[in-house]
Design a protein around this ligand. Structure first.
Ligand code: HEM
Length: 323
């Protein structure tokens, strides 16, 4: 009802020239009442209200504008109610719409006079800066300050936000991250029963001992000379140093996602740097806890000065030396 309020009706009323403005206003209110009544009557069925409707003149011009309304009324009442209905509703609405639509900042810039003198002065002063009203485009300009958080902007309005990157989603990673060239995977196909989970089962137990040393063997002080012999060849186990600790990587070889040859690159030497170059994120300490042989120490700090290199089927007297 507010949309079809009296303001817009006034200009439309002119068609009925028979009465004065005050009368026309009264008539407008009457028409409202009539319209409602008419509709109600229509639902209930036509009654003797035709007299009231008949008081409303100007059927032909108004009818043109209010065609839809008229049709409705026509369905509701088969009598003269048709004439009354069009006046009240359709005409005012059509008149009001254009004024609102064109009254935007753009129209004001074009010096629109009819929109009311009061609005014009303010508009003139604000004309240069008021790009705000056209929120569609100027917003991006203003946004830069607010733009950093692209998320809020996108939430508020879809149109104003020009999508910056390919993915408009706020959750999309920055192009910098997504553009990182992916290295071809060198992962190998592990044989059945040698998945990471299988390794976890095998080595994860609290009592798991995969060092390849006699049970109860304490952690060893492994010297460079000792380490050098543990290459995984000639029946020897493969040891490597990671972070100052010596691990027997032999049992892990078939479980290594990178393949046995890759893992053996570090056998018999310190593989800390090589390991870190490939996958520094791998938690070797946890994965190889059951394979911990000892600590890596300088030659002079070794056990008894005698190399204690040992392994499965290794040197004859080496195992005793390690004990
Ligand atoms: C120091 C010698 C080592 C070398 C040269 C090596 C090399 C590699 C290579 C080339 C890959 C394949 C990476 C890819 O997917 O493209 C790989 C994967 C892997 N390696 Fe090693 N590796 C070594 C030691 C180890 C050790 C000691 C462990 C753990 C005890 C380990 C655990 C893994 C794991 C879990 C993956 C899979 C990583 C992933 O899928 O992201 N590696 N390794």
């Amino acid at each position: 009802p507010a949309i079809f309020g009296g303001a817009p009706r006034a200009p439309i009323e002119p068609p009925p020239p028979e009465t004065s403005e005050s009368e026309s206003a009264d008539r407008a209110s009457d028409t409202d009442a009539i319209t409602r009544d008419g509709s109600e009557h229509g639902f209930k069925g036509a009654n003797g209200d035709d007299a009231a409707h008949s008081s409303i003149p100007v059927p032909p011009p108004v009818i043109q504008h209010s065609a839809p309304e008229e049709a409705d009324t026509a369905r509701r009442s088969s009598d003269d109610a048709e004439q009354t209905t069009p006046k009240a509703s359709a005409t005012p609405a059509s008149a009001a719409v254009p004024a609102l639509a064109l009254s935007g900042p753009e129209a004001t810039a074009a010096t629109s006079k009819p929109n009311g003198a009061a609005a014009t002065p303010t508009a003139s002063t604000l004309m240069p800066p008021p790009p705000r009203p056209p929120t569609l485009r100027p917003t991006p300009r203003e946004n830069p300050s607010l733009a950093p958080p692209s998320a809020p902007a996108s939430r508020t309005r879809n149109l104003p936000i020009p999508p910056r990157g390919p993915g408009c989603s706020t959750l999309a990673p920055p192009p910098t991250h997504s553009s990182v060239p992916a290295k071809p995977s060198r992962a190998v196909v592990l044989s059945p029963g040698h998945s990471p989970l299988d390794w976890a089962r095998l080595s994860g137990g609290p009592t798991a001992d995969l060092r390849g040393l006699p049970p109860g063997t304490p952690y060893l002080r492994v010297t460079p000379s000792m380490l050098k012999k543990m290459t995984g060849r000639k029946g020897k186990d493969a040891w490597t140093v990671l972070g100052g600790r010596v691990y027997n990587i032999t049992p892990y070889l078939p479980f290594h996602p990178g393949g046995e040859p890759e893992l053996l690159r570090s056998a018999g030497r310190d593989g800390t740097r090589l390991f870190g170059e490939i996958h520094p994120w791998v938690n070797y300490e946890g994965m190889l806890a059951a394979c911990l042989v000892g600590i890596f120490v300088p030659e002079e700090e070794g056990e008894g000065g005698k190399a204690a290199a040992a392994g499965r089927g290794g040197g004859s007297g080496d195992m005793e030396a390690m004990d």
